[in-house]
Design a protein around this ligand. Structure first.
Ligand code: FES
Length: 317
């Protein structure tokens, strides 16, 4: 079971065109479970509708969480629900915070590259860096001033180390990532935003060298590996019980396990939250998640989206 806490929606604000911030406090007037910079929570909006949002307030705040949501007309329902149905005074449940996007210890400087609503984790990270006198810089890529949230909040945090780049929605006017990476050699790079931006930056870092970590809450479907999603013809072996379960074509491992009454804890079921991650000991999974780092994928697998190249996958379950 995902550990949850009940929260009361205490404030909602329009921050820019299509962007709403949501603030919450404990429904029991307690402190909330602490979070670290870059952390996120699962927000249980209504039955079956769970979304992950980065926490954007100062991690030193013990009594409130804040996140922001972009209204996406082509979205999967979460952003529309927040914009159209969630209201101040509502009581909902959220998970305990998790963090797949921590500020890296020991780096000499930290360079954040945000695209649009991907700015949110960098706000809590900026508070952390300020508290600890850690050098940081922000590149904030956005379409236009009216769609760019939190600039007034960010300016005192970053001072001169903030560059806002507007492209007007024209890819030919995108920020020059080659120059960016070249000018930030030796920095720890972080990126959060549209998948296109993260992929492009990762490609430049691959070519020019550097260290990059990304946070991706985009639905995984866009990058699902065909081989994995269609080729569900394999068996999972559960190490601890010795059971074997066939995964049929078009089935996820989670679905196959559920069909024989084996419940694995899940949340997003989209490969973005990490709740269903388990270790594997044998086999060649196809990793369709966006939560595990390449080195983690050598030993762990997100069961909600993974496929398998080998005939058998042995899980530490
Ligand atoms: S349930 Fe979220 S990654 Fe699998």
């Amino acid at each position: 079971m995902v550990a949850k806490q009940k929260v009361l929606i205490s404030a909602m604000r329009h921050e820019a065109k299509g962007i709403l911030s949501v603030e919450m406090v404990s429904a029991q007037a307690d402190d909330l479970i602490p979070f670290s910079a870059g952390g996120h929570i699962d927000v249980f909006l209504r039955d079956g509708l769970v979304r992950q949002y980065s926490l954007m307030n100062d991690p030193k705040d013990s009594n409130r969480y804040q996140f922001a949501v972009l209204l996406e007309n082509e979205g999967r329902g979460g952003s529309a629900f927040v914009h159209q149905s969630l209201r101040v005074g509502d009581v909902i449940e959220v998970s305990h915070p998790r963090n797949n996007f921590e500020v890296v210890d020991g780096a000499t400087s930290h360079v954040f590259v945000a695209g649009g609503i991907g700015i949110t984790p960098f706000i809590s990270m900026a508070h952390h860096c300020r508290h600890n006198a850690i050098p940081m810089k922000l590149y904030y890529c956005a379409r236009a001033p009216e769609t760019t949230a939190f600039v007034d909040h960010l300016t005192p945090l970053f001072g001169e180390n903030m560059l806002v780049h507007y492209d007007g929605g024209d890819p030919s006017k995108s920020i020059n990532l080659t120059e960016l990476v070249a000018s930030e050699a030796n920095a720890q790079l972080y990126c959060c935003g549209p998948r296109g931006l993260m992929t492009a930056l990762a490609e430049v870092v691959d070519l020019q060298g550097g260290s990059l970590i990304t946070e991706d809450f985009n639905p995984v479907g866009a990058k699902t590996d065909d081989e994995a999603s269609k080729d569900g013809d394999f068996t999972v072996e559960l190490l601890r019980s010795g059971l074997t379960v066939d995964v049929g074509e078009g089935q996820t491992i989670i679905e196959a396990l559920k069909a024989v009454n084996i419940d694995v804890e899940t949340s997003c079921e989209a490969g973005v939250c990490g709740t269903c991650v388990v270790d594997y000991l044998e086999g060649e999974p196809v990793h369709n998640d966006v939560v595990l780092m390449p080195d983690e994928q050598e030993t762990s697998v997100a069961l909600c989206v993974a496929g398998c190249k080998s005939k058998k996958l042995v899980l530490d379950l």
